[in-house]
Design a protein around this ligand. Structure first.
Ligand code: ATP
Ligand code: MG
Length: 385
C-alpha cells in the first residue's frame, strides 16, 4: 500500500493535433515546478501520477500543483494491487478518521477483476459499515463523501475520497508570450494571473519614479512579480525609471493631459521592450471606467501609439470581482500596502476624462518623445525570479 497523487487535466483542449503539444508542455511545467522535491512522475493515459514522495512533502506538492495552469483537479490516493482484500484494507484506512454519510463508487477497467463494479461498491460499503457502525452511514443519493475505487488494467487500484480543484486553463507556454505592465496596485497582478491561466508566458515591466517613489514601492512590485512567477514558471521583471518623462510632461504640457500622456509613454516603452524579447502582446490591468485614465477615450489614446495588440483581461470586471481573485491568488495583502505608485505623483486636480486625441497629440508635440524613450532604455534593471 502506498500513496500517490493523481493529476487530471481539462480534456476540452485536447482535440486532435493539440493533444501531444498540450500534454508535453503540462508535463514539463509540472516537472519544473517539483524540481528538488523527491518523487516519481509517470503518465497514465490522460492523467499524470506522482508517487514515491515523502509524506511530509504532500502539502507542498499540492500547493505547487494548484498553481500550474492546465491542471483541472488532483487527488491523493492510496495505491494497492487489484485484490479485493487489499482494496478493503485501504478503504478501511481512508475512513479511519471519517464521520458522516458516504457512498462507494467503483470503476473497473480491469475486467478480469471480480466481483464487478456494482458488487465491489456494495460489498466494500457493507464491510465499512460493519467496521465503523458509529461513524458511517450510507447515502447513495447525497453523500457527504465518496470513496472512489479505480481498478485499472495495469493491475493497480487507486482509492481516494477527495478531489481538489486546481487552476484549470491551459499550460503556460501554450498561448505565446506577453509583457505585463505591472504596477503595485490590485489589478495588474490579477490581469497577469488570468493570462497565465490561459497559457500565456509573461514578462513584467514596472515604471518607478524614484525619488518621488521610494525603495519600498519597488520592493512591493518585486514581491508581486514573485507571486505571479509562481503561476508563470518563473518571471523576468524589468524596471524602468519614469521620473524624467513625468518631469518633462509636467513642465511642458497642460496639466489635464498628465496621465493621458504618461500612458502613451508607458505603451511605447512597453512595445519597444516587448519587441526586443519577442513578446507578442502588452497586457494591462485596466477596467473600463474604473478611473479617468480607463475611459474608452483614454484607452483609444494610449492604444493609438502602439501596433502590438494590447490585452486587457479585466476590462469588464467589477472591482469587487478583481479583489476576490487577488485574495484567491494571494496578491491582495501586498497590493494594498500604502506606497506611492508613479501614477499617484504629479496627479492633476482635474484629469481629462475623455481626452480629445488631436489635443493630446498637440500637447505631446512639445516633447522630444523619441529621445525621452531612448533615455529611459539607458537604465533598465532586470530581475529574474
Ligand atoms: P492597478 O491596480 O493595476 O495599479 P489601477 O486601477 O491603479 O491599476 P491605473 O493606475 O490607471 O489603474 O493603471 C492602469 C494599468 O496601467 C495598470 O493596471 C497597469 O497595467 C499599468 N500601470 C500603471 N502604473 C504602472 C506602473 N507604475 N508600472 C507599470 N505599469 C503600470
Ligand atoms: Mg495603480
Amino acid at each position: 500500500m502506498k500513496n500517490a497523487i493523481i493529476i487530471r487535466y481539462c480534456e476540452i483542449h485536447l482535440k486532435g493535433k493539440n493533444r501531444g503539444f498540450f500534454e508535453k508542455l503540462l508535463k514539463e511545467n509540472i516537472i519544473k515546478s517539483l524540481k528538488g522535491i523527491q518523487h516519481n512522475f509517470t503518465q497514465m493515459h490522460s492523467r499524470y501520477l506522482i508517487e514515491d514522495f515523502l509524506d511530509e512533502d504532500y502539502d507542498i506538492i499540492i500547493e505547487k500543483l494548484k498553481k500550474i495552469a492546465g491542471i483541472h483537479t488532483v487527488s491523493k490516493a492510496i495505491v494497492v494491487p487489484n485484490d479485493f482484500d487489499d482494496i478493503f484494507t485501504a478503504c478501511k484506512e481512508l475512513c479511519a478518521y471519517k464521520k458522516g454519510t458516504f457512498k462507494v463508487q467503483t470503476n473497473r477497467a480491469d475486467k478480469t477483476f471480480t466481483p464487478d463494479s456494482m458488487q465491489t461498491s456494495m460489498l466494500i460499503g457493507g464491510k465499512l459499515l460493519e467496521t465503523y457502525p458509529n461513524n458511517l452511514k450510507v447515502d447513495v443519493k447525497n453523500p457527504e463523501f465518496t470513496i472512489w475505487i479505480d481498478i485499472r488494467e495495469d493491475k493497480k487500484t487507486f482509492i481516494y475520497t477527495d478531489v481538489i480543484n486546481c487552476m484549470s486553463g491551459m499550460p503556460v507556454g501554450s498561448s505565446g508570450k506577453g509583457l505585463l505592465l505591472l504596477s503595485g496596485g490590485i489589478d495588474s497582478p490579477v490581469a497577469g494571473y488570468m493570462m497565465c491561466k490561459r497559457g500565456m508566458k509573461l514578462n513584467c515591466l514596472h515604471f518607478h519614479s524614484y525619488p518621488y517613489t521610494n525603495e519600498a514601492a519597488k520592493e512591493k512590485v518585486i514581491d508581486l512579480a514573485k507571486k505571479i512567477a509562481e503561476y508563470n514558471g518563473g518571471i523576468n521583471l524589468y524596471v524602468v525609471s519614469f521620473t524624467k518623462i513625468q518631469e518633462e510632461i509636467h513642465k511642458n504640457c497642460p496639466e489635464e493631459f498628465m496621465i493621458t500622456l504618461m500612458r502613451r509613454f508607458m505603451m511605447r516603452i512597453a512595445e519597444r521592450l516587448a519587441n526586443q524579447q519577442h513578446d507578442q502582446t502588452i497586457i494591462t490591468g485596466e477596467s473600463l471606467g474604473q478611473v479617468a485614465s480607463q475611459t474608452i477615450e483614454s484607452i483609444t489614446s494610449s492604444n493609438s501609439v502602439v501596433t502590438l495588440p494590447v490585452l486587457r483581461p479585466l476590462i469588464a470586471f467589477d472591482k469587487i470581482d478583481i479583489i476576490n481573485i487577488s485574495r484567491k491568488i494571494d496578491t491582495y495583502e501586498t497590493s494594498i500596502l500604502p506606497y506611492e505608485d508613479c501614477c499617484t505623483v504629479f496627479l492633476p486636480k482635474f484629469p481629462a476624462i475623455k481626452p480629445n486625441l488631436e489635443k493630446v497629440i498637440k500637447a505631446e508635440s512639445r516633447l522630444n518623445v523619441e529621445k525621452l524613450i531612448d533615455d529611459a532604455f539607458l537604465n533598465v534593471e532586470k530581475y529574474v525570479f
